[in-house]
Design a binder for this molecule. Structure first.
Ligand SMILES: Cc1cc2nc3c(=O)[nH]c(=O)nc-3n(C[C@H](O)[C@H](O)[C@H](O)COP(=O)(O)O)c2cc1C
Length: 183
């Protein structure tokens, strides 16, 4: 797939099944993430890969967080199933530093966000599917602790990856110029 076709046809796929990205595909996905714009070369990211049993461990983390938050049984049951909606989930964490004056933390989080997008694009370009999700567990102290994150870390996405279960019709193209203006 050429670069412009990728940029102009990328879309999310919420229905994902096995197989997960294989080792070679995953390497491309992670290398694409490590290639994103990164002010100051801080590499302010961490990619936590869950597949196989790891998905059950992530489900346990979500259940613990939902329980701790006092959610009802329906939500807890939903939480237990969330990571099982794909054969691989990569939790992308912005590991920001506040002591670097020339690189505000927002820029570091944006770089981590770019990493999510780069990974989704790298998956898509290899014929895989993916969807970037967040939800309350991206902003949850219990989840952060269970994943061994620091207080200053911020989860910017759970990237669900796998093989598209269905062929997604191409969404209509939005006209980008409608969001633009000249100064
Ligand atoms: C930061 C961020 C968080 C998101 N969180 C969710 C989410 O929790 N659940 C969801 O269904 N979609 C979420 N989305 C939207 C999907 O990733 C996706 O972009 C959307 O379904 C539109 O599909 P498209 O990418 O094919 O245009 C999020 C997108 C972004 C950028």
């Amino acid at each position: 797939m050429d670069a412009l076709t990728l940029l102009l046809t990328r879309q999310s796929c919420p229905r994902l099944v096995a197989p997960a990205p294989d080792d070679a595909q995953l390497k491309v996905i992670l290398d694409a993430a490590a290639r994103v714009p990164d002010h100051g070369g801080l590499a302010p990211w961490e990619f936590i890969i869950a597949t196989g049993e790891g998905l059950n461990r992530l489900a346990d983390v979500f259940v613990a967080a939902a329980t701790e938050a006092g959610e009802d049984d329906d939500f807890i049951a939903k939480a237990a199933n969330m990571p099982l909606r794909a054969p691989m989930v990569i939790t992308v964490v912005a590991k920001t530093r506040s002591d670097i004056k020339k690189v505000p933390e927002l820029e570091q989080q944006l770089s981590a966000g770019c990493a999510v997008m780069a990974m989704q694009q790298a998956a898509f370009a290899q014929g895989l599917g993916g969807i970037w999700r967040t939800g309350s567990f991206a902003f949850d102290e219990t989840v952060n602790k269970a994943l061994g994150l620091d207080d200053t870390d911020q989860i910017v996405g759970f990237l669900y990856l796998g093989t598209p279960a269905i062929e997604m019709p191409l969404k209509p193209q939005k006209d980008g110029s409608t969001f633009a203006r000249y100064l």
